[in-house]
Design a binder for this molecule. Structure first.
Ligand code: PLP
Length: 462
């Protein structure tokens, strides 16, 4: 078998990584100069990355060079400061760089024996997350792909806990013939919770939907009778309005009945980290499980969500697997708390983000983006446009008139290229949705974007 000498293996990797870092650096530096959406020509050129399966090897330097040449111009500039679509977030410098180093490490974070460093960083990050989000210090959890899988994992833990009480071993017996579990959601529940409910076998159509107010908050007084076999899914941060369900009342009712409260806090739970916004999450700490993203508001690279359970034993019972070859150490085995076995070391970037920001930096990130959202709302309102939500967080819903006009403005803004914001229908009204979630957004980005939106809305551009 031919093999490369060790020095040359390391040396060739270093050259390739150095040139790749240069590409990555100049990509980020030049983001400011380009349109947020890639031009159609750049997207058309992606076909050049295809063709038939290559018959033989290509030099890695050439592979990376074509990837940068064709791939980079076809990206959406979500890493820049003027992307306000969905709720996306960018990636902090420390998190991006940690992601690159962790790529070289190529750790399998499933087992302590496979990666002591990944396991240790996860445990540290978990502790810091509980601290900065004011969650119970003795809670446990796991690192998953995003809030969808975090919702799934929290609901699987709830399923275990509620059925175990009825002496039903759901992991062993499944749901066929199991005692029923009732599920209560707000009428503005996020689609990912409904998907998670369908994945855990609770069904998305057999849920009881509680009416909501004009901000999308569940009406606590309309909560149905709860029991010790009910799961109540509440929301911290509605994806349109940024509003929070009345957790204090709901958690108190659930506590009295012995029901399980699961929180979808994808981005909104981070309000807990900003002293000026923490009142919004009051009561949420009394829930039983919390799902949230790190890749949105904390600004780590995509593919990073977290599930926390007050009693992590329920999560472990729902997720654990055993096989003779799996080494089980004394401490926390990462794979025991998540659906995956082998996976990348997500805790590395979360650790780097929290270490680089510190408590004050996290608070500042959340507060600053909220203030930019308020600034957008003020500027749009001053120009005569209607803001449909109470801007309590980082989300703004704006109507430019009737449905057709609003749709025209959204399309015009997207085509103009200074910034990108999507559309939504909020309680029957068409709106443009602006979400300020990136560390990279600065005052200049907000001013330039606001000016571009107003130009398009007045028919002066786009
Ligand atoms: C984004 C979002 C989700 C889904 O999160 P993913 O990370 O995309 O899986 C769930 N709930 C809310 C409120 C969200 O904003």
């Amino acid at each position: 078998m031919p093999s490369l000498p060790t020095e040359s293996r390391g040396a060739s990797a270093t050259d390739l990584l150095n040139s790749t870092m240069e590409c990555a650096g100049s990509y980020l530096e030049r983001l400011d100069e380009r349109a947020v959406m890639p031009p159609p020509e750049a997207v058309d050129r992606l076909a050049e990355l295809g063709g038939p399966m290559p018959e033989g090897p290509t030099d890695p330097t050439a592979v990376l060079s074509v990837l940068d040449e064709i791939g980079s111009p076809a990206t959406v500039a979500t890493a820049g400061g003027r992307y306000f679509g969905f709720v996306v977030g960018g990636s902090l410098p420390a998190a991006t760089a940690a992601n690159m180093l962790a790529g070289a490490w190529d750790q399998n974070a499933g087992h302590v024996a496979l990666s002591p460093v990944a396991a240790a960083l996860e445990e540290i990050a978990l502790g810091w997350l509980l601290d900065v989000l004011s969650l119970p210090p003795d809670a446990g959890g796991g690192f998953v792909t995003g809030a969808t899988m975090a919702n799934f994992s929290g609901l699987a833990a709830a399923r275990h806990a509620l059925l175990q009480r009825q002496r039903w071993d759901v992991e062993a017996q499944g749901l066929f013939g199991a005692p029923p579990v009732a599920v209560v959601v707000g009428d503005e529940v996020h689609a990912s919770v409904l998907k998670a409910l369908s994945l855990v076998g609770f069904g998305r159509d057999r849920v009881e939907r509680v009416p909501v107010d004009g901000q999308g908050r569940m009406r606590a007084e309309a909560l149905p009778e709860l029991s010790s076999s009910t799961v109540v899914c509440i929301q911290a941060g509605n994806v349109n309005t940024g509003a929070f369900d009345p957790a204090e009342e709901i958690c108190a009712a659930a506590r009295r009945a012995g029901a399980w409260v699961h929180v979808d806090g994808a981005f909104g739970l981070w309000a807990a980290a900003a002293p000026g916004r923490a009142h919004l999450v009051r009561g949420f700490e009394k829930a039983d499980s919390w799902a949230f993203d790190a890749h949105k508001w904390l600004n780590v690279p995509q593919d990073s969500g977290v599930i926390i359970c007050r009693n992590a034993e329920h999560l472990r019972a729902a997720m654990s697997a055993s096989a003779a070859y799996l080494i089980r150490g004394e401490g926390r085995e990462p794979n025991q708390y998540v659906p995956e076995m082998s996976r990348r070391a997500r805790g590395v970037e979360i650790w780097a983000a929290l270490r680089s920001l510190g408590r004050s930096g996290v608070a500042d990130l959340m507060e600053r983006t909220c203030q930019y959202a308020s600034h957008f709302a003020e500027g749009l309102r001053a120009a005569g446009y209607e803001i449909l939500n109470n801007v309590v967080l980082n989300q703004v819903l704006v109507s430019f008139g009737d449905e057709e006009t609003t749709r025209r403005v959204i399309a015009g803004v997207q085509a103009e290229g200074t910034c990108w914001a999507g559309g939504t229908v909020w309680q029957g009204r068409t709106a443009m949705r602006i979400s300020v979630s990136s560390w990279a957004t600065n005052e200049d980005d907000v001013e330039r974007s606001l000016a571009a939106i107003l130009r398009v809305a007045r028919g002066e551009a786009g």
